[in-house]
Design a protein around this ligand. Structure first.
Ligand code: UDP
Length: 385
């Protein structure tokens, strides 16, 4: 029996967990398998991150049907369940709030302990599938790594046992610190046309991929109008789903906007560090911008990361609202450029803390960490009485 199986499946998972994966692979105190769910599969959404961040490639890769969210989730549950019939682990670990974390249902069916990195984040917006996923996996989990005390408090408010939540800080800080020297070499990976486009001019970096933004015509139109209302150079590494939706809705970006396919991490962070500000609906990009002291416009009607507003690093843009003054939003982001803030995401030791805790729990053989009373069957709480 191995100690831990880690199941990940999308681009930001590899980035955020890269140090956890390396520490687990290198440790002689813990036996570990890395499993790829197959949610992201192309070279520039997956393999490039393994290469650039020097992450060991997965021990197993699921073969799943990514036709839509339902086929993705159901095939991840099925693959996870089958994998666990043939491979034994003391616990299975997931990260975040994606379709991949719903594989935890297949783990729960085997009654194997579940570990959740990025636990207890909440947007309190029940319209987001991610909020439903987060809540589900947190309430299935036996060990939760929460990044901040405030997230732990959110878990406690939902009745999650205090002794299963450990506050670790956010591992994205570890990654930005660890690779800080390599980011300057990110320029080398940029296409010649991109370098020519930027050519030492001030520019704005954009990403957008969230379902609620790109699948709704009005929201995506507002996003395009926001971008088109700036006359700065704008570089937009655009995910494939967003490219499809822009085309389908017949939306046109101005000539000062350069659209490219998604790019690798070193060049993306190189660009982010050199941008005036970024415009993004990505959870990770707004954290990275906040840590690197780059202002952001966060394109979300609700967020599980309110800290970026609280420290004054980000301006809110709600794509669902009509009649907004787009120019004002750019002006406000510009005005943050001269500001400094202290990011709230931790001290860069999060991955180490997580791995030390996993080794400790594995040695003690206690991945089921709930209070005994959580397990005792209480007839008065049952609908069957
Ligand atoms: N990123 C990247 N190349 C790109 C766009 C983003 O390497 O072309 C990185 C970015 O720095 C961040 C992560 O990918 O670390 C964000 O991924 P995404 O926006 O897909 O996911 P989310 O954070 O919203 O879950």
């Amino acid at each position: 029996m191995k100690d831990i199986g880690l199941i990940l499946g999308i681009r930001p998972d590899v980035i955020r967990a890269s140090k956890v994966i390396k520490l687990l692979s290198e440790s002689s105190d813990i036996d570990f398998d890395f499993i790829w769910s197959g949610q992201h599969y192309s070279e520039n959404m997956k393999d490039v991150f393994f290469k650039q961040l020097n992450v060991p490639t997965p021990d197993y890769e699921f073969d799943i049907d990514t036709t839509n969210d339902a086929t993705t989730v159901s095939s991840i549950i099925k693959e996870t369940y089958s994998h666990l019939e043939n491979h034994k682990y003391k616990a299975i670990m997931f990260l975040g709030d994606t379709n991949t974390v719903m594989g935890s249902i297949g783990v729960a069916q085997h009654n194997i302990p579940i570990i959740h990195i990025e636990g207890c984040m909440r947007s309190y917006d029940w319209r987001m599938p991610e909020e439903k996923y987060r809540k589900t996996i947190d309430h299935l989990s036996d060990r939760i790594y929460a990044y901040l005390d405030s997230y732990k408090k959110q878990g406690l408010n939902e009745g999650i046992s205090e002794n299963i939540i450990k506050v670790t800080g956010n591992p994205i800080v570890d990654i930005l610190e660890e690779f800080s020297e390599l980011f300057s070499s990110g320029e080398e990976y940029l296409d010649r046309n991109v370098k020519k486009f930027i050519n030492d001019n001030p520019f704005v970096l954009v990403t957008s991929h969230r379902r609620e933004n790109i699948l709704n015509k009005n929201s995506l139109k507002n996003i395009v109008d926001l971008i088109n209302s700036s006359n700065k150079k704008i570089l937009f590494p655009m995910g494939y789903a967003t490219q499809r939706q822009i085309k389908e809705f017949g939306l046109i970006l101005n000539k000062n906007v350069m659209v490219i396919d998604p790019i690798g991490y070193l060049e993306f962070i190189y660009l982010l560090k050199n941008s005036q500000y970024c415009i993004s609906d990505s959870g990770t990009v707004v954290e990275e911008a906040c840590i690197l002291n780059i202002p952001s416009i966060q394109m979300r009607y609700s967020t599980e990361r309110p800290e970026v507003y609280e420290v004054g690093a980000s301006i809110k843009f709600d794509p669902t609202l009509e009649g907004q003054k787009f120019e004002d939003i750019h002006l406000r982001a510009d005005s943050l450029n001269s500001r400094k803030w202290t990011h709230p995401f931790g001290d860069g030791k999060s991955s180490k803390l997580i791995v030390e805790d996993l080794i400790d729990l594995s040695k003690k053989n206690i991945f089921h960490m709930h209070n005994k009373e959580d397990y005792d069957f209480d007839i008065s709480r049952s609908f069957l009485q």
